[in-house]
Ligand binder design. Structure first.
Ligand code: 6GU
Length: 223
């Protein structure tokens, strides 16, 4: 999968993809992430990319031309399955959306800033709008990093143990069950006997019960 990201803050996107699972995904050749500085696509003095909004009001708006220029330059080289605008008024990201996007070939992400982008870009170029939750960030970059992480780890072959993503919280609309590792006992706090029993059927049942219990308690809306 190839992911291109158009941003006015490319520096914010340098580190998130150079560690751990996303780094390995790229080393293995399963994922390519390219960031593009929107200012490089401005035709104006000082590489201007924002302007006052028509109708007045506080806050700048990302201009049409640099964004269109950036999108069309990239589209001339790459065929994108989706052009995704990261914005607080988009559809809230969840595991179902991450699963769907992980099956795509190429994605183009556009990070919003200021008051947002000129509406005509959303109408004529954007195919999907995504938010990462009901709170406001200073820009779409951190949201883009979250989205790329959620998608990248689901690309087949990225995780070592192929089944481990299947057992994540949310994959079956249940939260994950509790987990334990060594030692078996610490300050008198024991690991549940069932996990030491070696009876895999019993362990699977216990985990499923725990997942259900936890979901009922914490996220009844998922059931
Ligand atoms: Cl995608 N962008 C911004 N600026 N704030 C957000 C968001 C996105 N998702 C949640 N809050």
């Amino acid at each position: 999968m190839r992911i291109d990201i158009i941003t006015v803050q490319p520096g914010l996107l340098e580190s998130p993809f150079s560690h751990s699972i996303l780094k390995r995904a790229q080393t293995k050749g399963l994922l390519e992430v390219h960031t593009h500085n929107l200012r490089d696509y401005s035709m104006l003095k000082h590489n201007q990319v924002d302007d006052y909004q028509f109708g007045g009001g506080a806050g700048m708006v990302m201009m049409l031309e640099p964004v269109v220029n950036a999108i069309e330059s990239l589209q001339a080289k790459v065929k994108y399955d989706e052009v995704i605008y990261l914005t607080p008024d988009g559809e809230t990201l969840n595991q179902r959306i991450a699963n769907q996007l992980s099956l795509k070939g190429n994605l183009l992400l556009l990070c919003g800033h200021y008051k947002g982008i000129d509406e005509r870009i959303r109408i004529h170029f954007v195919t999907k709008e995504i938010s990462i939750g009901d709170y406001v960030l200073s820009g779409g970059e951190l949201a883009a990093a979250v989205l790329v992480d959620a998608i990248g780890r689901l690309i087949p072959g990225v995780l070592n143990d192929e089944t481990s993503a299947l057992l994540d919280s949310f994959q079956d609309n249940l939260l994950a069950p509790p987990v334990y590792t060594r030692p078996e006992e610490f300050r008198g706090w024991r690991v549940p006997d069932v996990l030491l029993s070696g009876d895999h059927k019993k362990i699977d049942n216990w985990r499923h019960d725990q997942a259900l219990e936890r979901t009922k308690e914490r996220r009844p809306d998922l059931l």
